[in-house]
Ligand binder design. Structure first.
Ligand code: SF4
Ligand code: SF4
Ligand code: SF4
Length: 518
């Protein structure tokens, strides 16, 4: 049975509490030294939120968990009931996080399941949270079993992601894509990639386009100095731009995934937003504040857990670096996960102004309707609920005409969205409606993975980002990374030999640009 937290009164009433800090709530975190779970409290001080933990062996430690206490307090009001999977894989027995699989205590289904098909990689990123031992490639039978397990638990899936390591190195990669895209139950298949293969192999981009596969491209910044700190040596800038060009040329729908570390690339957040606005084939942007965990992350440069980037800090950077395109009030937590895990906004394209003008949804849609659109999903919904929400927004805009800036243009866009996505004379296939919707709406997410400092047990219980395993288990992302990854039997063999496919190109380009002063 799960033990309830026991907190010593003297622990809560620290000397600081008498001066400027306010106790907010109890929590259960992790000792950053011994990685054992320990009791903690959330405290508000100087407009920020901190977690103070007390390890019986290693004493007290403290970490920043939100750079904006107002954001934090507001975010807690957006918690919604989760949607449970059709089937659980494990029993509630030893208590969270020891029963992962999902157990019946878990409070959310899989919005975005990830299948790690390999642990081979052609980069050795200093910020990487996994240890790529280069000793495992998932077999096709394991892959089929993993997909079957997912469909069994979820019925239908809006998205499924193939990851690694670097998934494009898998010798059966395209066959795996064929298996995945052939499943009618899965709406979108995406891959997470560092982009080396997309940059150097145009035919490969054609293969992705032919299968309607979405690409999540790792792109933390637009210039080499920051990229090298996060990703190691080489001309990443040239490589990433080449990957973007090839993906665009072949019409591969792309998400930019940017890991942001304080003092390294947080000054380039606005540049990434501008890239999203400027290029049609980029549908969304995902910022991931660096989590200092795992093989590389834990040793990544010198970092201070009291001075890192949190979700509201990334939002503030966007506000400061986009000349008013975006503001804090445009963002909300994603209600399907724990509110400390995701922040996001949807952006409606203004066609009349060309590709570069977008209006964040919260500027014209009421909060309740917006939350309904977001409920239990990380992607724009294209079902009747979305149609109802857009029709309601149109009605509301008629009645509040003039009070919303640019209301005429927004109204025009919303009416157009209804006409093209839900034509009155015939019903569109879901895929077709989704494709049209993607042309009208872009998304910015912030996903704050946890590390040994920031880990909190209540967040993993509502995790919606799950690693899917060949044995049918679904492992909540941060729970797997913290408690299970290092003992995963798939990776138990000795360290293998790193594959250098593609890395030669990177090093060659790097040598050239190093001599030219990058
Ligand atoms: S994280 Fe979820 S699945 Fe894992 S033990 Fe906790 S409640 Fe169960
Ligand atoms: S490309 Fe990805 S998997 Fe490979 S080392 Fe970098 S972060 Fe890790
Ligand atoms: S992976 Fe971690 S940060 Fe993401 S939703 Fe799950 S618990 Fe939250």
């Amino acid at each position: 049975m799960m033990k309830l937290p026991i907190l010593e009164p003297k622990f809560v009433f620290t000397p600081d509490a008498t001066s400027s800090e306010v106790f907010h709530s109890f929590t259960k975190g992790m000792c950053p030294q011994c990685r054992q779970l320990c009791d903690g409290v959330r405290l508000i001080r100087e407009g920020k939120v901190f977690m103070r933990k007390q390890c019986p062996t290693h004493g007290q430690s403290e970490v920043l968990i939100s750079g904006d206490s107002a954001w934090f307090l507001r975010s807690l009001t957006y918690i919604t009931t989760g949607s449970i999977p059709l089937k659980h894989s494990t029993k509630v027995d030893a208590g969270c996080p020891n029963d992962c699989g999902l157990c019946a205590d878990h409070e959310q289904h899989s919005c975005l399941p990830i299948i790690e098909i390999t642990n081979h990689c052609n980069l050795e990123c200093p910020i990487c949270i996994v240890q790529n031992k280069n000793n495992y490639n998932m077999t096709l039978d394991e892959f089929r079993a993993t997909v079957d397990g997912l469909v069994e638990k979820e019925g239908t899936l809006e998205a499924m992601n193939l990851s690694g390591g670097e998934p494009t190195l898998h010798p059966d990669f395209l066959r795996m894509l064929d298996i995945a895209v052939a499943r009618k139950e899965i709406s979108r298949v995406s891959i997470s990639t560092n982009g080396l293969r997309c940059a150097t192999d145009e035919d490969f981009c054609k293969e992705l386009a032919a299968r309607n596969v979405y690409v999540s491209l790792q792109l933390d910044a637009l210039s080499n100095p920051s990229l090298r700190v996060l990703r190691g040596g080489g001309d990443h800038q040239k490589m990433k731009m080449r990957a973007l060009d090839n993906l665009e040329k072949h019409g591969v729908r792309t998400t930019i995934v940017s890991t942001v570390a304080k003092g390294v690339n947080d000054d380039q957040i606005g540049e990434c937003v501008k890239l999203l606005y400027e290029r049609d084939f980029i549908l969304s942007l995902m910022f991931q504040p660096a989590s200092y965990t795992g093989y590389g992350g834990a040793h990544f440069a010198k970092h201070d857990p009291m001075n890192t980037l949190t979700i509201p800090d990334v939002v503030r950077c966007m506000e400061e670096q986009t000349d008013g395109l975006l503001s804090k009030s445009d963002f909300l937590p994603l209600p399907c996960s724990h509110p400390s895990c995701f922040g996001l906004t949807y952006l409606l394209r203004d066609e009349a102004a060309g590709a570069k003008k977008f209006t964040p949804f919260p500027r014209f849609i009421d909060l309740e309707t917006y939350l309904e659109i977001l409920a239990n999903r990380g992607t724009i919904r294209t079902d009747e609920s979305f149609e109802a929400a857009v029709r309601k927004a149109i009605d509301d805009m008629w009645t509040s005409a003039g009070s919303i800036p640019d209301s005429d243009k927004i109204l025009h866009q919303l009416k157009r969205a209804i006409t093209v996505m839900y034509p009155p004379d015939h019903a569109l296939e879901l895929q077709e409606r989704m494709r049209i919707g993607e042309g009208l709406v872009k998304t910015i997410f912030i996903h704050a993975f946890m590390d040994e400092h920031t880990f909190e047990i209540d967040r993993i219980k509502k995790c919606c980002t799950h690693y899917a395993m060949p044995d049918g288990k679904l492992m909540p992302g941060c729970a797997y990374n913290m408690f299970y990854r290092h003992k995963d039997p798939r990776y138990a063999a000795d360290m293998g030999k790193a594959q250098i496919w593609g890395r030669n190109d990177l090093v060659k380009l790097g040598a050239k640009s190093d001599s030219s002063g990058h």
